[in-house]
Every structure is written in C-alpha cells, then in structure tokens.
Write a protein that binds this ligand. Structure first.
Ligand code: GLN
Length: 337
C-alpha cells in the first residue's frame, strides 16, 4: 500500500481490502454511466493491453491454441441500445462456456426451472470448470455453469441429433440480431477429439440415469462451445440478461424478468468458476467467461459489456478482459453492491 489515503473514505469507513490478486478495492468518485464513450473504452483497453503477457492462451483444446494472444476487444451496449466498440472489433472467437447461459435459458424455457434444477444444484463454484465435483457423491452437478451441469442442461433440450444445438444457435443469433453467426467446425472437431473429461462426465451422468440419450447430446455441447462471435455480440448478450431478456433494439419477444434473474444469479455465483466469489467482491456484476477469451457482463437494468483477450489466468478467465471490466466497473461505480 503506497498511498494510505486509499484506505479510508471521507466518512472514515474502511473501504480497502487486499485480495489474492493484489487488487485494491477502494471508494472513489464515480462517473455518470451515460458518459461512457468509445474514448473511455479505448483508454481502459490501452491501459490493460499488456496483461496478455501474464496469462496463457488455452491449448487443452488444440485448435484454441492457435488464437492470436495479442488480440483484444472491448464493447458496451448502453441503456438505449447504442453500441460502443474498441480494439479488434471484428475479431471472432469461440464463446465456449458463455454458451452455458444460453443453453440454460433454452432448457428452462422449454422444460421449466423445476425440471432442470431437480437434476442439478444452484450451488456456487469453488472448483475449476471441468471438475467432477460431487458427481460421484450426490450424483448431481453443482450448477449449470460448470461443464457437468452444462452438458446435462443441453441434453435436456428436446429434439434428435443436432436440433438442441440449433435451438441454442438460433437463440444466440436472435439475441445478437446477427444471423451470420456460425460454429467453428475445426474447434468443434478439436474438442470432440480431446474432450475426454467431458465424455467421462457425460457417461457418469448416463450411468446415474440423469442423461438418457447418446453422444449426439455431448456433440451438441461441443458445438455450442464452438459458436463464433465478437465482443460486440457478447455485449448484446450481457445487455439482454441485464434488461429482463429484452433485446438491445427493444424487441421484447422473450421478455421474462424471472428468466433474467435466474441467469444473472447463476452468472454471479458461478459464472467465473472458482474465481466467482472474489470476482463478486472486486467487480460485483453477473458475468460469464469462456476459455476462448471472452467475458459477457450484465449490469442489471442498465448496460451490457463484452470483452475479449484470449490469454487466460489460472482459472480460465481472460486476464486483460477481467482488468478492463474491473476498471470500467470502478470508474462508473457499476457494482450491484
Ligand atoms: N468447451 C470448454 C470445455 O468444455 C468450455 C470450458 C470453458 O469455457 N471454461 O472444456
């Protein structure tokens, strides 16, 4: 701590805390959210660009390892649906685990929350995303944000073969109003060929009767993870869940306050895996990361944020992405707490 004035607010209340990432949280005067501009985003991006050198691009799915570690993008959709982009705005990447919030929405829309959560928990995450966790003990996944719960969620969407995946893809296209979105076949093939842990979870859940179908269902999970989009698309997804499932252009075809609350609560408690607790302390916003380097953030009732930088921390969260979100949240006082 170099500057003791950070330790106390004017009221003399201690507002500082040292967290494991050496992040210092302190009260400060915040800017009005309506003043967010491309310039503010760009200043934050440039400040955090170098973080990619401290992380590592995921290569456990070999095709992901080909991503350019230096690529970086930062997007916001403001309250009125206006889009602000900076950095490598047209750079596409795979959404990976961010797809889990979309499959959760599709499954709950179709089967109801009780049916889905009878088979898995609402627990927060204190384990890595690919941990078997309590599959061997209680038999049920901890939550739909870890791989086991997400694989199960997708298997509960009705339809043969590729149909459940196509429903997820259609929902991503609807929310982003971007019909050009596709999945990356090389990333899909790469994960299918190497996803042995995910296959293991699939068969444990099949053994316990939670999953009843064949490996097409696991392929649907691999395909949803391989959906390719941009940081702007992620900001639109963040906006959608922040605003009661109303699209950035005002289309309210899926308006559902309760669905937004369910998805945002999962993002907050488990969206950043075992980092979720600390993240809710430092950033304080429902967020979902993916090992492709993206993070989508919902500022409830307000804006959506999308970041991309493929170099990850030890939890599998984008390092520069995290720092860009943290800076924006501090500057504009965005924490929900
Ligand atoms: N497709 C990845 C996997 O199942 C998703 C994980 C992630 O993004 N954290 O391993």
């Amino acid at each position: 701590m170099k500057n003791n004035s950070f330790l106390f607010s004017a009221k003399g209340i201690c507002t500082a805390a040292f967290l494991s990432l050496n992040t210092i949280v302190y009260a400060q005067k915040t800017a009005d959210i309506s003043t967010i501009s491309e310039k503010t985003l760009n200043t934050i991006l440039e400040k955090n660009r170098a973080y990619y050198t401290q992380g590592k691009v995921a290569d456990y799915i070999p095709e992901l390892g080909k991503m350019d570690a230096k690529a970086i993008a930062f997007s916001v959709v403001d309250k009125n649906g206006k889009i602000f982009n900076t950095g490598d705005v047209s750079k596409k990447f795979t959404m990976q685990s961010i797809s889990k919030i979309i499959s959760l929405m599709v499954a709950v829309n179709e089967k109801g929350e009780a049916h889905i959560f009878d088979k898995m928990g609402y627990f927060g995450s204190d384990k890595p995303f690919n941990h078997f966790s309590n599959l061997e003990t209680t038999g049920k996944p901890l939550n739909p944000m870890m791989n086991a719960g997400a694989i199960l969620t997708t298997s509960l969407i009705s339809g043969d073969g590729e149909k459940p995946f196509l429903k997820i893809l259609d929902m991503v296209r609807y929310i982003t109003k971007n019909q050009t979105i596709e999945y990356n076949k090389s990333v899909y093939e790469s994960e299918k060929a190497t996803g042995h842990r995910n296959r293991g979870m699939f068969y444990i859940m099949k053994n316990s009767g939670l999953i009843s179908g064949n490996e097409d269902q696991l392929d649907n999970y691999f395909k949803q993870c391989s959906i390719e989009l941009t940081a702007e698309d992620l900001a639109k997804i963040g906006y959608f869940f922040a605003n009661q499932c109303v699209r950035f252009d005002g289309d309210a075809a899926y308006k559902n306050t309760d669905m937004a609350k369910l998805v945002e609560s999962q993002m907050l408690t488990a969206g950043m895996y075992e980092f979720s607790g600390e993240y809710s302390r430092t950033v304080g916003l429902p967020s979902k990361s993916g090992v492709g380097g993206g993070i989508t953030v919902s500022v409830p009732g307000k804006i959506g944020i999308g970041v991309f930088s493929p170099s990850l921390d030890q939890h599998g969260n984008s390092l520069a992405g995290y720092h860009m979100i943290l800076d924006l949240a501090k500057q504009y006082g965005l924490s929900i707490f």
